[in-house]
Design a protein around this ligand. Structure first.
Ligand code: SAH
Length: 228
């Protein structure tokens, strides 16, 4: 095994066995988080080495079901939240092209790519995006990414069958709803610093939208502009 492959597979607290245990916890759920049912999503969590998306000093905590710091006051989302958002995107639908706003560590994008989706992702912090690109490339994952304010979406590649927003805004961003295909879904946290809900919005054929509240969540805020 090459050192790179050994690192990717993981040992001890980052091993496949530890990742499998996380998958079983996600499947079982807890009192306040419903079990994840979609086997494809669970398989993606089983496959993608989350420990490679965080700082080495935190790697032993990579398979706890918790958000972790990734620098610049940002966090890699909690695995249950990543799984739930992905499951909502796929439920009774077969999306092909998806857009993520808030690349962060690149983990959510990697999960989407592992599911065979065509992934576009936008991040406003250049330093985080550079690190995420490097990880995704090293894992051989084909993800298209852009350094920009994601509140304008990525109109050149629209419409998208699915859009995932991984930072919270007080209201749904209309440019993103516009870039959704008919029958497409947008999954996003909506709310302020103290209280947010995960919303699933489906675009109907008549152009209207159906909205469903999935769960209470905690995300970093969706901010304007870009940073190097
Ligand atoms: N999906 C990420 C979660 C990262 S946290 C992961 O799997 O690791 C949310 C990210 O959204 C942060 O990196 C933050 O910089 C980014 N963000 C916040 N506002 C944004 C905006 N307007 N456009 C693009 N990215 C944004």
């Amino acid at each position: 095994m090459t050192p790179r492959l050994r690192e990717a597979v993981g040992q001890g607290m980052t091993s496949q066995r530890v990742r499998d245990r996380l998958v079983e916890r996600l499947r079982a759920g807890t009192d306040n988080s419903a079990g994840i049912r979609d086997e494809n999503v669970l398989n993606a969590v089983r496959t993608v080495p989350r420990h490679l998306f965080i700082d080495e000093a935190l790697a032993t905590r990579a398979y706890e079901d918790t958000a972790l710091p990734i620098g610049h006051s940002q966090t890699i989302s909690q695995p249950w939240v990543v799984a739930r958002m992905t499951e909502a995107l796929l439920q009774n639908a077969s999306p092909k092209k998806v857009l993520e706003i808030g690349t962060g560590s690149g983990y959510q994008a990697a999960i989407l790519a592992a599911l065979g989706l065509e992934v576009y992702t936008v991040e406003r912090i250049g330093d985080l995006l550079r690190q995420a690109r490097k990880r995704l490339r090293q894992l051989g994952m084909n993800v298209r990414s852009k350094h920009d304010d994601g509140r304008i979406g990525w109109p050149e590649h629209a419409p998208y069958d699915g859009i995932i927003v991984t930072a919270a805004a007080p209201a749904l961003v209309s440019a993103l709803v516009d870039q959704l295909a008919v029958g497409g879904r947008l999954v996003a946290p909506v709310g302020g610093a103290s209280s947010q809900s995960l919303i699933k919005l489906t675009k109907r054929e008549d152009g209207g939208v159906d909205e469903e509240v999935l769960a209470p969540v905690v995300f970093v805020p969706l901010l304007s502009g870009t940073l190097d």
